[in-house]
Design a protein around this ligand. Structure first.
Ligand code: SF4
Length: 400
């Protein structure tokens, strides 16, 4: 799956995403389309999800499926029987191969040995556990529903249930978290020997309790220098432990990169089902309504949900860069960009137009001058520094 030039984009295929919006409680920092206290919607939601999957068009269901990912929310709040119903509907409609990656996300508070064994029976071969931290104080300040002991037990249960491909999610930059506490999180994660580790920087999203706390000054977010140290710590510790840094926040044992997320980062097609899910198919983007009630209503009345997200070519270029530049050490060639965005060369029906490297010459010179990328005649590769300043790079491209 990986090469010296970064993860391979061969045979990734179309990705299927299934959204389960239910959570035990709402974490302080979360702005996902996830909800606590809506379990009464479980049945109508499941029915809507099955209807939406069943109504995929012929065009959509002839795609070769590279991966299936059930995320949320907290998918481990649903029973194995429910998970199996959803996976059967996916198998019937899309026929993913037995060997394709099929991930289910789980949170420590909602797993049991029986539940995990049931998910394997339902067809899942990869588990992503939302550990976030092994430090109880930090878990509490995130508003998580589990403690560190429960996280360790969940991992152990998953191995015993038979999951051979497990990813552990960590968060750094938690208010009050020290560098040594985070280093301890990394070493505890490594000691479990998961196949994959994600380490995300905590971001403050609008309309979350964390945002309010920061606004009121009751919580102070860490300084950039500490965040950089934490990022560096992640890269050096995990590299030393045999994990390859293949995306800004993701690390994998050789060959164990998350194929589903690679589809997004490589700009492949994906089909999303459930509230808040997005799809990208036939060069068009679609988004389902965020609220489960709206989603259920749309599917009940129209048989499917979602509206096309309209955007111009510039939006599409920026969206692609936002995802594709996250891949570590993988050169982005001008040929690839021209084929995607300038397929008619210098002349299309609107008349003459420059190719990518001419259109975006200014940001390309800027990232090169600032040591954020190595730019040469056939493409560019972000440097380590460039990965850290991805947002600034995108702002520069946005100015064009
Ligand atoms: S468990 Fe995940 S999806 Fe649910 S509220 Fe917490 S962060 Fe959000």
């Amino acid at each position: 799956m990986s090469t010296a030039d970064g993860p391979s984009d061969k045979n990734i295929g179309c990705a299927i995403y299934l959204h389960i919006p239910f959570c035990v409680s709402k974490c302080h920092y979360c702005d996902f389309a996830s909800y606590a206290g809506k379990s009464h919607l479980l049945e109508p939601y499941l029915n809507a999800l099955l209807t939406e999957i069943g109504s995929a068009s012929v065009q959509e269901n002839t795609r070769r499926i590279g991966s299936v990912y059930m995320g949320g929310g907290t998918p481990s709040t649903i029973s194995p029987e429910t998970a199996e119903k959803i996976m059967s509907a996916v198998a019937k409609k899309f026929n993913p191969s037995a060997s394709s990656e099929k991930t289910i996300e789980a949170n420590p508070e909602s797993v049991t040995p029986e539940r995990l064994a049931g998910y394997i029976k339902a067809g899942f071969n990869r588990l992503s556990i939302g550990v976030q931290s092994f430090n109880d104080r930090n878990l509490k300040s995130l508003g998580r529903a589990h403690d560190s002991q429960r996280a360790l037990e969940a991992f152990d249960m998953a191995r015993k249930a038979g999951f051979k491909n497990i990813s552990v999610d960590l968060i750094y930059g938690i208010p009050g978290q020290t560098l040594s506490e985070f280093a301890e999180d990394i070493s505890k994660a490594v000691s479990l020997a998961p196949e994959h580790i994600s380490a995300y920087q905590l971001t403050v999203e609008e309309e979350t309790p964390l945002w309010d706390m920061v606004e009121k000054g009751t919580v102070i977010m860490p300084e950039d220098t500490l965040l950089l140290e934490m990022f560096e710590k992640t890269v050096t510790s995990l590299s030393k432990a045999g994990y390859r840094h293949y995306e800004v926040s993701n690390f994998a044992k050789p060959g164990m990169e998350c194929k589903h997320n690679l589809s997004y980062w490589l700009g492949e097609e994906f089909l999303g089902f459930g509230n808040g899910a997005h799809s990208f198919i036939n060069s068009s983007r679609f988004a389902n309504p965020d609220e489960p009630e709206d989603y259920i209503y749309e599917v009940d009345t129209a048989g499917r949900a979602g509206a096309e997200i309209l955007g111009d070519e510039k939006d599409r270029v920026l969206e692609f860069l936002l995802m594709r530049l996250r891949l570590v050490g993988k050169k982005l060639t001008f040929k690839e960009l021209d084929e995607k965005f300038f397929p008619f060369g210098r002349h299309d029906k609107h008349g003459p137009r420059p190719l990518f490297d001419e259109t975006y010459r200014h940001p390309l010179d800027w990232i090169s001058k600032n040591g954020l990328a190595e730019v040469n005649s056939d493409g560019f590769t972000l440097t380590h520094k460039g990965l850290l300043f991805l947002d600034d790079i995108l702002l520069e491209f946005e100015k064009v």
